[in-house]
Design a protein around this ligand. Structure first.
Ligand code: AMP
Ligand code: ZN
Length: 492
């Protein structure tokens, strides 16, 4: 029986503000969309937290046996410096300042983002669509919204008509805002804007002559509004209705509110069934954000090359630190918090290694099957990773206290414990044994040296030395294999 049939997963849906039982539309297939980065600068650790939170969601759904199509976009056009549809395109601006092509900026920061995600052991999405790769689809959606009478064109730009939409729909339902309050909170735009209402937002924007990112459209040369790409790419790859949409909670308004409106206006359906929002990473109490400069970059964290930290930390330790907080709770980053997380992580990995050498037999109070159920209950309760980690540490205490020759549980329980620890620690939480990785990298270096020495011995026709290297390695279980690409090694 697949695990998803035995587990009732509850998700906190931001739309209903309640935990709801997860029932995928076309189970066991699950569609999940997560708003990706705007690739105009290095991602900071706050951005990483959101992506790592959704990596946990993806990993757990996959662990339960769901077949997840996970779409995370790359915003490479349309995101303006000012979220109120004004100012330059963030990528265009950076390209102008550095005298580069916008796509050079996009390429540089997309590669950087992938590299950082790989270091955090985040699983890549199944599809990673870009805004610039979907201009045609975005223009089609603008047409549909115009046809529905919920947008209007002014001077080459097209705006979504929020008050009109609100006559038949509830704009603000996700973020819990009322249109009247929103109206009273905005400046009077009389005469200063093309928009009929300050709440309206651009779905297509006319490009002025200095705007480098520009495409032809039925309304003249322009570019798509930022909110539009996520509606278009999520529904293109996941259908007009799909299961999960994620992002940081700062995106709830206006970005996700606008997505719902665009979906409803263009397809008649609201698109998303479960809205999931991750909470913010703060640094010394204030939200980590590019615009305020209160940020820490991943490489500063790994190398310790910053006055905010005493030393560097392995990416997996940082991941463990993040997993110790629930994704919907705010998490504050500090040197002390990281040091504490590192201690816990080392204890955990020591126990995982000791577990391999435990022998069954004897008696103890540790009840493996109850313990395993509690681990699932924690994850089924809206991905509660801190509670899961607390249970994992109950097992760590048991393992560390166990007599290796007769650990206190039966061989069947030992097998279950080993499988569950590996599943939760490595597959679900996505942690890695940094010491083993470091050892592996060092072994690679040593093997490279030995393979070079043997190649030199063979070039010198010193067969005695080359055979000795090969035979002695074989004795310790390392097999050398000569092939057209050179010599490689395998461990037995
Ligand atoms: P951006 O590239 O600015 O569109 O942001 C990418 C993702 O990072 C979005 O889902 C944001 O919600 C998220 N994000 C931005 N700042 C933080 C933060 N301090 N903590 C957690 N997530 C954040
Ligand atoms: Zn988005």
């Amino acid at each position: 029986m697949p695990l998803y049939e035995e587990n009732d997963l509850l998700l906190y849906n931001s739309l209903s503000r309640k935990k709801e039982k997860f029932e995928p539309l076309n189970g066991p297939h699950v569609g999940m969309y997560v708003c990706g980065p705007t690739v105009y600068s290095d991602v900071h650790l706050g951005n990483c937290r959101t992506f790592i939170s959704f990596d946990l969601v993806y990993r757990y759904l996959t662990h339960l046996g769901y077949k997840v199509r996970y779409v995370r976009n790359i915003t490479d056009a349309g995101h303006l410096v000012d979220d109120a549809d004004e100012g330059e395109d963030k990528i265009g601006k950076k390209a102008r300042l550095e005298a580069l092509e916008p796509m050079e900026i996009v390429q540089r920061y997309t590669l950087g983002f992938h590299d950082v995600m790989a270091r955090f052991n985040a699983v890549p999405p199944s599809i990673e669509p870009t805004a610039t790769g979907h201009i045609v689809e975005q223009i089609d959606t603008v047409k549909k919204i115009l046809d529905a009478g919920l947008a209007y064109e002014v001077n080459g730009s097209v705006y979504f008509d929020v008050p009109k939409y609100n006559e038949t729909h509830d704009y603000g339902k996700l973020s819990g805002r009322k249109i009247e309050e929103l109206m009273s909170g905005t400046r009077d735009l009389e005469g200063q804007s093309e928009k009929r209402s300050p709440l309206d937002f651009a779905i297509w924007k006319k490009a002025d002559p200095t705007h480098i990112m520009r495409w032809n459209s039925p309304w003249g040369v322009g570019f798509p509004g930022w909110h539009l790409e996520c509606s278009v790419m999520s529904t293109k790859y996941l259908g007009e209705q799909f299961d999960i949409h994620g992002g940081g909670m700062d995106l709830k308004f206006p970005h996700h509110e606008c997505e719902i409106a665009q979906n409803a206006a263009s397809t008649g359906k609201e698109g998303v069934r479960y809205w999931l929002h991750g909470n913010m990473l703060t640094l010394n109490g204030a939200r980590m954000s590019k615009s305020t400069g209160n940020t820490l970059l991943p490489y500063e964290l790994f190398t310790g090359d910053t006055d905010k930290l005493e030393k560097g930390f392995a990416p997996t330790v940082v991941r463990f630190f993040m997993m110790q907080a629930h994704y919907r709770s705010q998490l504050d980053f500090s040197n002390d918090a990281l040091l504490a997380a590192e201690k816990g992580y080392v204890r955990l990995m020591d126990a995982v290694r000791k577990l391999k050498s435990l022998q069954p037999g004897g008696t103890s109070d540790f009840k493996v099957s109850e313990w395993k159920d509690k681990c699932y209950e924690a994850m089924n309760d809206d991905f509660n990773s801190p509670i899961l980690i607390a249970h994992i540490f109950d097992a760590v205490r048991f393992i560390n206290g166990a007599d290796a020759t007769a650990c206190g549980i039966s061989s069947e329980d030992l097998e279950t414990l080993t499988q569950s620890i590996n599943a939760f620690v490595f597959d679900v939480l996505g942690l890695e044994d940094a010491a083993a990785d470091e050892g592996g990298a060092k072994l690679d270096e040593v093997m490279k040296m030995l393979i070079d020495m043997r190649a030199r011995a063979r070039a010198d026709k010193d067969w005695a030395l080359s055979d000795k290297i090969r035979d002695q390695l074989a004795e310790i279980g390392i097999q050398l294999k000569d092939g057209p690409e050179g010599t490689t090694y395998t461990l037995q």
